[in-house]
Design a protein around this ligand. Structure first.
Ligand code: PGA
Length: 262
């Protein structure tokens, strides 16, 4: 009972707004977005904002944001520490450029690169063990929604992507789960309030009942979030923030979204 009250307090107080730049921007554009964000004043202490540029733009963004309140994250990481892993980027390297968060298992990686939940789990373990926070993405396809199998997809992805109790020292480590229905990503079709509430409550209950050793978590929504729908999403129960794609590379629009959560 006390545990649930503490979790509810955690949830309702802190909002997390993430901007996933995907494979967009050159150095100049990245610097401009970062500069615009760094001048954002009076962010309330109940809100955290993070940007997720492509790896190669991290040094530029770090240079512009390291002394601001805006956090920096990566769009992926290696599950290995170092060595002969061509093309991969380690947590140690990400940490050097100020990363505090890592997006893991985004549907574009699960679909285009066949990234499985078991790989996502290994990367989550590695992320947490290096002191960074994982943002584990889960979400159903349009077919799964239409077939009404979406709850079992969500449950399977969550259970297989989250590290087990004995695999890491959870203590007060924060885990962020991003519910991103694939049919809502980049399509302009945001999930309805009812859809988001149903899934977030489902994930919330799964975490409370099946993963009660995870005491510090946030549930964020992603999929066609814009300044015009941000307020509605913000007010849905069990929504602790948003993962913004396309709208996060237009500084003015991203700032408008942040303001709706501030
Ligand atoms: P979108 O992308 O906001 O462009 O739909 C969200 C995401 O993929 O994280």
């Amino acid at each position: 009972m006390i545990k649930s009250i503490i979790i509810i307090i955690f949830e309702s107080l802190f909002m997390f707004i993430a901007g996933n730049w995907k494979m967009n921007c050159n150095v100049k554009e990245a610097g401009e977005i970062a500069e615009n964000l760094s001048s954002l004043e009076c962010l309330s202490s109940n809100i955290e904002v993070a940007v997720f540029p492509p790896f190669i733009l991290l040094p530029e963004v770090y240079q512009k944001l390291h002394s601001s309140t805006i956090l920096i994250g990566a769009q992926d990481c290696s599950q290995y520490s170092n060595g002969a892993y061509t093309g991969q980027v380690s947590l140690e390297m990400l940490r050097e450029f100020g990363c505090s968060h890592v997006i893991l298992g985004h549907s574009e990686r699960r679909t285009l690169l066949n990234e499985s939940s078991s790989i996502v789990k290994l990367k989550s373990i590695q992320t947490i063990s290096y002191g960074l926070k994982p943002i584990i993405c889960i979400g159903e396809t349009l077919l799964e929604r239409e077939n009404h199998t979406y709850l079992s997809t969500i449950e399977k992805q969550l259970k297989n992507s989250l590290p087990d109790f004995n695999e890491i020292d959870y203590q007060d480590k924060e885990i962020i789960i991003a519910y991103e229905p694939i049919w809502a990503i980049g399509t302009g079709k945001v999930a309805s309030e009812k859809n988001i509430y149903e899934i977030h409550t489902f994930i919330y209950n799964l975490l409370i009942n099946n993963f009660n050793y995870i005491k510090n978590f946030k549930l964020i929504y992603g999929g066609s979030v814009k300044s015009s729908n941000a307020s509605i999403i913000r007010n849905i129960k069990n929504v602790d923030g948003v993962l913004v794609g396309g709208a996060s590379i237009v500084a003015k629009e991203f700032i408008e979204i942040i303001k709706k959560f501030n």
